[in-house]
Design a protein. Structure first.
Lengths: 555, 258
């Protein structure tokens, strides 16, 4: 036999004999049998397999979700980074893992830390899908009173909550959007490190964004002390992300703590995505105003000019409001200088894109549509304009209180045909019941577009999804569309790797990269060439990264 | 048998503890007794205070909802793994470890009942992966006969805490202690006979983890050595394969001979 320690409990028989001498007290047959049945219910029946599945017959899990849960429990002992791509159901995986541990009787006290805007959604999903009695943290509510609490890190780390939480021995801690903890110098990081925990899940779609030391920091939450000290790790590995593939130990380690599924290797492709570019022409008046604005050399920087131009591509309102604000804030001279263009913008007819939206929705018919825009002014305008055409819509913004968000989502589901969301509003809402998306303005970071699409093209979507990307010809939207989206064919392959690619190239933010290109170029031609270069660098790096991808993450 | 009907399980549990239960549409309204209030409601100060005042106290009512589709009713939703169920399960495991029971016999003549030592044993294999096994073993303390799946065998019988009329018990020839030793021998043999692939895997993993750890600590300063030792200890504790043997519950059962 393989050197197995055997631990025997022997005092059972002594106690039984003692009871027999005293003639009791003894259990009734009914309760005796129930204790036995209860034990059968909570045991781990096999080295492989989840018990939770037999208790959640109403759930239809996808194969990769079950596999991930098993891996996290069986291979990683409940301390894992779940790093699936957006929309593959990390919440479902985490819920399944938690449920499994609870059924086995190993977890009772749970703390779930998620972005404030997602607290209610987590509570709802855990209760409705997993029958886990989770509750959102409320004011004047003792942390030790309730067993399963969902809260935001900002609440949790604040006194007096902080002290109360650090006092508790948690069986299970879950942190959503864990990439926000990559910097070990932050208060959030220190707080999470200090939590007392048995099992711990970190959820993030982007585990290694920039530097290798980030993985050190995440792993150190799961396995404190496992990677040696921060200094020696830094000394040994420096900041070079590439070493992750060169060093077998490091690779092995990452495989031991991280599960990553990509869209490519799951069965989620059932619902296909159809992406089409909708080209729109400005009316002559609009084009004239656009060009006039484009040719102004004063009084603002190229950078703000780009902003104003982008706004004009979205709606007169967006551009008018910020231009007016700019004019009134700066000196009197500007006001005079800008007044003619302001007047011109004020008198423009209805926006070409808005007209296209109405036309498109009328073609789509009865089905639900979500529209994304970058600007609040455009959001207001669109809502009004759609109403004029008898199309019902509801707004959705990041600033809404969680309750209002739920309400708007419900209204969209039951009553309105269209939901108009701004960028921040889009984070974390799940709209599987909707399968049309209009990207009224394109974000300058393709990753963000992917996140938008992930709202409807995700686990639970039964129909094919249709994505309509709007762009106005002859404007900077054309550059963005042609060079960033079409040329690189980002939608198909690169998106999932974009973070890695950017890190490889030492680019911190895609968006600021594009902005600086726009900013530093003196002509449209120059912008075009520079964007072209960026596109081809990304393309070639992608091919290298793809090979690396296959080497870490799932074995 | 593992619990599958939670509603029925809870109904039996509270009824067995003498609580009044109204059970409708998957909603259990339970009037707790003092004993159960103390066991489940976690309010020792209340009971301490009431008793000091020389009063009886007011046990609480508990509403448990097993029907997950019922979202109207106010009360605690309970499902497998929920904290309340864990509390009830632990209460059972702690309190229902020992028994002495008699088979119900409708006899008109003197009938002999033979003593059986019944033990429900849990073996936990603990390594890289874990597994539990449960055995229900019965040993006839007169003739030494041993039965497996004893709980299934007993389920087919009527059992009660008092001996039936006209029945008498035979004095055991095997003492409980030596009977228990026989059971241990059987379990031991069972453990010896397995190939324990799981343990080999765990030891392999142990080696890998130790290598990995040492790699990350190489060339480190003195103050880190202590930390590394601690980590090594943790790894060994986790991966060194163990089998833990424990008795879930057991007791003496007096059964008819056939």
């Amino acid at each position: 036999m393989h050197n197995i320690d055997i631990l025997q409990e022997t005092n059972f028989i002594d106690k039984l004999v003692e009871k027999l001498e005293l003639d009791g007290p003894f259990s009734s047959w009914e309760l005796f049998k129930m204790a036995y049945d209860a034990e059968l219910t909570t045991i781990t029946k096999d080295f492989n397999g989840l018990r939770a599945l037999e208790f959640l017959p109403q759930m239809e899990f996808l194969p990769h979700q079950i596999e991930t849960a098993k891996q996290a429990i069986e291979e990683m002992n409940g301390r894992a980074i779940l790093a699936d791509e957006v929309g593959l159901g990390k919440t479902i995986e985490a819920g399944l893992i938690l449920k499994e541990y609870m059924i086995r009787g190993l977890v009772k006290k749970v703390l779930i830390i998620v972005p404030a805007s997602l607290v209610n959604q987590w509570v709802k999903e855990l209760n409705e899908k997993f029958f886990i009695p989770a509750a959102a943290h409320r004011k004047n509510y003792a942390w030790d009173q309730y067993d399963i609490i969902v809260t935001s890190i900002d609440t949790a780390k604040r006194s007096p909550h902080r002290e109360a939480i650090l006092d508790i021995n948690y069986d299970f801690i879950l942190i959503d959007e864990a990439h926000k903890l990559k910097n070990h110098k932050t208060k959030n990081y220190a707080f999470v490190r200090a939590l007392k925990k048995k099992y711990c899940l970190l959820l993030t779609a982007t585990p290694v964004q920039n530097q290798l030391i980030e993985i050190f920091n995440l792993v150190s939450i799961l396995k404190p002390g496992h990677l040696g000290s921060y200094e020696s790790f830094l000394e040994q590995y420096g900041r070079d992300r590439k070493k992750i593939n060169q060093d077998v130990y490091l690779k092995q380690l990452v495989q031991k703590v991280m599960v990553r599924n990509t869209r490519k290797d799951t069965d989620l492709n059932n619902a296909k995505r159809h992406i089409d570019t909708v080209w729109i022409d400005f009316t002559p008046e609009e084009l004239q105003a656009y060009n006039e604005l484009d040719h102004m050399v004063q009084p603002f920087s190229t950078f703000s000019k780009i902003t104003f131009l982008r706004e004009l591509c979205s709606s007169r309102e967006a551009c008018f409001l910020s231009l007016q604000k700019f004019a009134s804030e700066e000196n009197q001279h500007n006001q005079e200088y800008l007044q003619p263009i302001l007047d011109k913008i004020g008198q423009l007819p209805h926006h070409a894109k808005a007209k296209k939206v109405v036309e498109l929705i009328q073609n789509i018919g009865e089905e639900k549509v979500i529209i994304f825009t970058e600007y609040r002014a455009s959001q207001f305008y669109l809502q009004w304009y759609l109403q004029q055409h008898g199309i019902s819509s509801v707004p959705f913004r990041g600033g809404f209180k969680p309750g209002k968000k739920d309400w708007m989502k419900q209204l969209f589901k039951d009553k309105a045909q269209v939901l108009i969301a701004t960028e921040a509003g889009g984070e974390g809402i799940n709209l599987q019941f909707c399968n049309h998306m209009i990207n009224y303005d394109l974000p300058w970071n393709p990753m963000r577009l992917e996140q938008r699409i992930g709202r409807i093209h995700r686990y639970g979507q039964e129909k094919d999804v249709h994505i309509h990307n709007f762009a106005i010809r002859g404007t900077l939207e054309e550059h963005i569309m042609k060079l960033l989206y079409e040329k690189i064919a980002l939608f198909e392959q690169v998106i999932g790797h974009l973070d890695d690619i950017l890190a490889e190239l030492n680019i911190n933010s895609f968006e600021s990269e594009v902005k600086s290109i726009m900013n530093e170029s003196s002509s449209t031609g120059e912008v075009k060439i520079k964007l072209d270069n960026l596109a081809s660098i990304i393309h070639s790096t992608h091919q290298n990264t793809e090979q690396e991808e296959n080497q870490y993450g799932n074995p | 048998m593992a619990i599958h009907n939670l509603n029925r399980f809870l109904q039996s549990y509270f009824t067995a503890h003498h609580c009044h239960v109204a059970n409708q549409n998957g909603v259990l309204k339970i009037q707790l007794t003092e004993e159960m209030d103390r066991a489940l409601m976690n309010r020792p100060f209340y009971w301490h205070y009431v008793k000091k005042m020389g009063k009886n106290g007011d046990p609480m009512q508990l509403t448990l909802i097993t029907n997950q589709d019922n979202t109207e009713e106010k009360g605690e939703r309970i499902h497998f793994g929920s904290p309340r169920l864990q509390q009830i399960v632990n209460h059972l495991k702690e309190n229902e470890q020992f028994t002495k029971l008699f088979e119900v016999v409708h006899a008109v003549r003197n009938t002999a009942l033979q003593p059986w030592l019944v033990t429900n044993i849990k073996l936990s294999y603990i390594g890289k992966r874990n597994k539990d096994e449960i055995f229900s073993l019965g040993l006839n303390l007169v003739n030494g006969q041993m039965k497996t799946d004893m709980m299934d065998f007993l389920n087919a019988k009527d059992l009660q805490m008092q001996i039936s009329d006209y029945c008498y018990t035979i004095t055991p020839i095997i003492k409980p202690h030596s009977g228990f030793r026989r059971i241990l021998t059987v379990i031991d043999q069972y453990i010896q006979d397995q190939d324990h692939q799981w343990a080999a895997e765990s030891i392999e993993e142990l080696k890998q983890e130790v290598d990995l750890l040492k790699h990350f600590y190489q060339g480190d300063r003195d103050e880190d050595v202590e930390q590394m030792e601690k980590e090594l200890q943790d790894i060994k504790e986790r991966y060194q394969p163990k089998i833990q043997f424990s008795v879930v519950n057991g007791g003496i059962f007096y059964l008819t001979g056939n």
